[in-house]
Structure formats: structure tokens, C-alpha cells
Design a protein around this ligand. Structure first.
Ligand SMILES: Cc1cc2nc3c(=O)[nH]c(=O)nc-3n(C[C@H](O)[C@H](O)[C@H](O)COP(=O)(O)OP(=O)(O)OC[C@H]3O[C@@H](n4cnc5c(N)ncnc54)[C@H](O)[C@@H]3O)c2cc1C
Length: 465
């Protein structure tokens, strides 16, 4: 058995691990990067990128089916070739993964190890059955995996996860999506646009990440017109048939429904990958789920030279946060014990649905009642949105009563992903609603809708004073 002595060991070569490796090197440490699974990152292989490719195909199909109100008619039928759709998804995805693989190949061989890492003691890792790494500091950047509730595990290969969707060579006929979080809604709606018969079975009324009751209700209604949506379904039983799955669930209406589907796509949340790490062999303090207790600012586990970045820490399981945390963790690991808190960007979450959903800054659910006012705009009569027949959406922006500072926003609406960036930049620059209204707004643009919401919040401030 080979033993390597190193300053910093990084476990996981994903969106957090790769920047951690670069940051630790830049800080002058000797570093080793350990990867047990396929290289290429979850984001590029089976996450952000292939899901957006599937969504792009869905949008193309959906746009083609909506031209008639403009007086533009497609005479003849729109044909969706599932094989071609999946071929493009996979070939473009592979091209993107190729860029990540090139960057991994450029890492010197003596700085990479292949195999799953597990802890032997606080500073000693076992990699596969071939190498031991004695590290001064360790970054855990092991990502996350889908949670598959027990009842679906008995369905074998008919209960699938996101990874399986991006391995398809054709589209299925009919699927049930279990879970109405971001991944369930994005994949479910894209497949529905591509002609797949989709039923999304949510729980407890969840609609993506939304916490504002009005926006959530609006999104629920809008999605119900796009695919079959049961946000409060109670699944009572599932059964594997020969080539399908039978599901019995109680719908919102109280009706008991029994139906069969080609597959059940399980998108019921994700959990940090800590199972293989054998953290019980360390003196780290673990939480109820067996994950290390850590400081969310420094990402440090107690006073140990161990740092946790990306989906592995469960703070905000999104790509740019993973990447920022990786850099912070790599730097802190190299400079230990001179650990500094990470400066976080303004919170920003986007759901690439149609219409899009976005959340910036404080969630409605986390705001102190009576401390803020809400500015509202409906996009149903918003000028430019209506010209383009994209006039569906409702936005709430939250403004602090005492300081008039912009605090956050939740909404569904056209071009949400772009407006979300404007708002997150305003938040990070600590702008008041008054200074935001001093910014330019071209005419006619969807951003004029945002201006209406900002003005509405000014009126609400006046009314509350
Ligand atoms: C379908 C889907 C769509 C998404 N869409 C978006 C989006 O549009 N925008 C966005 O911002 N985010 C999106 N995300 C989230 C984003 O992909 C993740 O936040 C990001 O990939 C997390 O990076 P990471 O480095 O923490 O994990 P990963 O990239 O998963 O890296 C972890 C690595 O650790 C390895 N590993 C695990 N255990 C061990 C071990 N014991 N030893 C060695 N190696 C180990 C794994 O093999 C893996 O390669 C999406 C996710 C999914 C699933």
C-alpha cells in the first residue's frame, strides 16, 4: 500500500472540488485531488447542462405549437423525434463534459488519485484499496445524491433518477414525476412540452423553491395548465408491473386515482454524499444524519482542519455556490489555522420553467412580519410581455420599512432568469427602492414590469408610514 503525505487532500472533483484544488494550489499548498466516480462534474454530466438542453428542446416544440395567435400557421403536424432530441441532449452534453475532462487531464498525474476516499482517522484517508493519504487539511466536496424513498426502491429500473433521463436514447410515452422541487418541475415540464404524458406528484403543496403563498398559488395554477400537477398528492401504493409501474394516489380533489406509467422519475430531494466517507472513524462532531457539523461561514468542521464545500454541506445546492465554496474551502484548508469567513454573494435561485421562477435575497417565509412592505406586479397586462404572448406571471418584491432597502423577491414571470440577475446585483449593492427606481428602464421591455412592482412598494411604504 502506497502512502502519500500532503498539505491538502480534496475529496471529490466536481464543481466545488476543482476550484478547491486550484485555490489550495494558488495558496502555495501541495494538493491531491481524489475522485471515486466519473470525472466531468454532476452539473455538466447529469445536472445543470443536460437539463437545460432538454428544456431547450421542449421550448422549441412548445413555441412551434403556439404560433397561431400571431397569424402564423404551421400547416401540417409538428413531429417530435425522441431519438433526435436525446441524441442532441447527449452529444452537446458530452461536448461540455469534454471541456471539464480536458481541465482534469491537465492536472499533473501525481496530484490526482482515482478511488473512493474514506477516513481511517482524522487526518488519514484510504483511497480504494491502493493508497493512503496523510493530509494536514482535508476538503470534503463529495456532492449529493437523489433521495429515493423506500416505497420506490422496490420498483427496480422503473424508478429512475435524473442521471437515467440523460441516458435515454428515446423519449418515454408516459411518466410520473415524484417531487415538485426545482428538478422535478424543470424535467417534468420539459418532457411535457416534448409530448410525454407527464404527471407531477408533489407533497405538502410545494412548488419549486417558492415560499410566498400568493406566488406559489399562482405558479400552481399556471403549471396545472401545462402538465397534470398534483402538488398535494398522497401516494398510497406503488407496484411494479412487467414493463410499467402502477401508482395509487389520492389527488387534491380527494379522489383516489390508480394509474400506470412507463417510469417513475424520483426527484424527492437530494442528500449529501457522506455514506462512503466513514466519518465515524474521526473525532468530528456529526449531526443526526451523520454529516459533520460545520461553520457555514468558514465551512470548517468544528476546530478540525476539515472543510465542507458544495452540495456536500447542503447549504445552497446550486452550481455557483458550490464553486464559490470550493474556492473558499481550498484557501482555508491551505492556510489553516488562518481561516477566514467566506464572503457570500446575494442569494439567487432560478427555476428554468415556462414561465420562469426566481427568488432573490430573503425568502418571504424568513422575513419578519410587519418589518417590510410588498410591491406587486402582474405580468398578465404587462406591455411587452403581452405583445409577445408571454404575459403570465406575478412578482412580489420585499422592501424594508425602516431603511427602504430592497430585501428580496419571489416571482414567476417572463425572462425571470435575467430580471433575477438585475435584482441580485441591486441587493448585493445594498440599494434602496428609491435608488433602484433612479436606474434606466428602456421602453418597451419586460423590466418595466419590475418598475411597476418597485413603484407599488413605494406606495406601500407611504401607506404604512
Ligand atoms: C438535474 C439537475 C439540474 C441542476 N440544474 C442546476 C442549474 O440549472 N443551476 C445550478 O446552479 N445548479 C443546478 N444543479 C445543481 C448543481 O449541479 C450542483 O449544485 C453542483 O453540481 C454541486 O457540485 P459539487 O461539487 O458539490 O458536487 P459534484 O459535482 O457532484 O461533485 C462531487 C464529486 O465527488 C465524488 N465523490 C463522492 N464521494 C466520494 C468519495 N468518498 N471519494 C471520492 N470521490 C467522491 C463524486 O463522484 C463527484 O464527482 C442541478 C442539479 C441536478 C441534479
Amino acid at each position: 500500500m502506497k502512502t502519500v503525505q500532503i498539505d491538502v487532500a480534496i475529496i471529490g472533483a466536481g464543481s466545488a472540488g476543482l476550484p478547491a484544488y486550484r485555490a489550495a494550489k494558488a495558496a502555495g499548498a501541495s494538493v491531491i485531488l481524489i475522485e471515486g466516480g466519473p470525472h466531468g462534474t454532476t452539473c455538466a454530466r447529469v445536472g445543470c447542462m443536460p437539463s437545460k438542453l432538454l428544456i431547450a428542446a421542449g421550448e422549441a416544440a412548445h413555441a412551434a405549437s403556439r404560433t397561431a395567435p400571431f397569424g402564423v400557421h404551421i400547416d401540417g403536424s409538428i413531429r417530435i423525434d425522441g431519438r433526435e432530441v436525446m441524441q442532441r441532449v447527449k452529444s452537446e452534453r458530452d461536448r461540455l463534459v469534454g471541456f471539464v475532462l480536458e481541465s482534469v487531464e491537465a492536472i499533473p498525474a501525481h496530484e490526482k488519485l482515482t478511488g473512493y476516499a474514506r477516513f481511517i482517522d482524522d487526518g488519514l484517508l484510504q483511497i480504494g484499496d491502493h493508497t493512503r493519504v496523510r493530509a494536514r487539511s482535508i476538503v470534503i466536496a463529495t456532492g449529493s445524491s437523489p433521495v429515493i424513498p423506500q416505497m420506490y426502491q422496490a420498483l427496480g429500473d422503473r424508478a429512475i433518477i435524473n442521471d437515467d433521463v440523460f441516458a435515454w436514447s428515446d423519449l418515454p410515452r408516459k411518466i410520473a414525476v415524484v417531487g415538485a422541487g426545482v428538478i422535478g418541475i424543470e424535467l417534468g415540464q420539459a418532457l411535457a412540452h416534448l409530448g410525454v404524458d407527464v404527471t407531477i406528484l408533489g407533497a405538502r403543496g410545494r412548488v419549486g423553491p417558492l415560499s410566498d403563498p400568493d406566488i406559489k398559488a399562482y405558479a400552481e395554477k399556471t403549471f396545472s395548465n401545462s402538465f397534470r400537477f398534483e402538488p398535494r398528492a398522497e401516494v398510497e401504493a406503488v407496484e411494479r408491473l412487467t414493463d410499467s409501474v402502477q401508482i395509487r394516489f389520492r389527488a387534491d380533489s380527494g379522489k383516489l386515482i390508480e394509474e400506470s406509467f412507463d417510469y417513475v422519475l424520483v426527484t424527492a430531494g437530494r442528500k449529501p454524499n457522506s455514506d462512503r466517507l466513514e466519518l465515524k472513524n474521526t473525532s468530528l462532531t456529526l449531526d443526526l444524519h451523520g454529516n459533520p457539523v460545520f461553520d457555514p461561514l468558514t465551512l470548517q468542521a468544528g476546530t478540525h482542519p476539515v472543510f465542507i464545500a458544495g452540495d456536500a454541506n447542503g447549504i445552497l445546492p446550486i452550481q455557483h455556490e458550490a464553486s464559490d465554496e470550493g474556492r473558499a474551502a481550498g484557501t482555508n484548508a491551505a492556510r489553516f489555522p488562518n481561516v477566514v469567513p467566506q464572503i457570500r454573494r446575494a442569494p439567487l435561485v432560478i427555476v428554468f420553467s415556462d414561465p420562469g421562477i426566481a427568488m432573490v435575497g430573503a425568502r418571504h417565509a424568513d422575513l419578519v412580519p410587519e418589518s417590510f412592505v410588498t410591491g406587486e406586479v402582474s405580468f398578465e397586462d404587462q406591455g411587452r410581455s403581452r405583445l409577445m404572448l408571454r404575459n403570465r406571471g406575478l412578482m412580489h418584491i420585499y422592501v424594508d420599512k425602516a431603511t427602504r432597502l430592497f430585501l428580496g423577491a419571489e416571482w414567476m414571470g417572463p425572462d425571470a432568469e435575467h430580471i433575477a440577475h438585475l435584482l441580485s446585483w441591486a441587493l448585493q449593492m445594498k440599494l434602496t427602492v428609491d435608488s433602484m427606481l433612479e436606474m434606466p428602464f428602456y421602453h418597451p421591455v419586460i423590466e418595466e414590469g419590475l418598475r411597476t412592482a418597485l413603484r407599488d412598494s413605494v406606495a406601500a411604504l407611504k401607506a404604512s408610514s
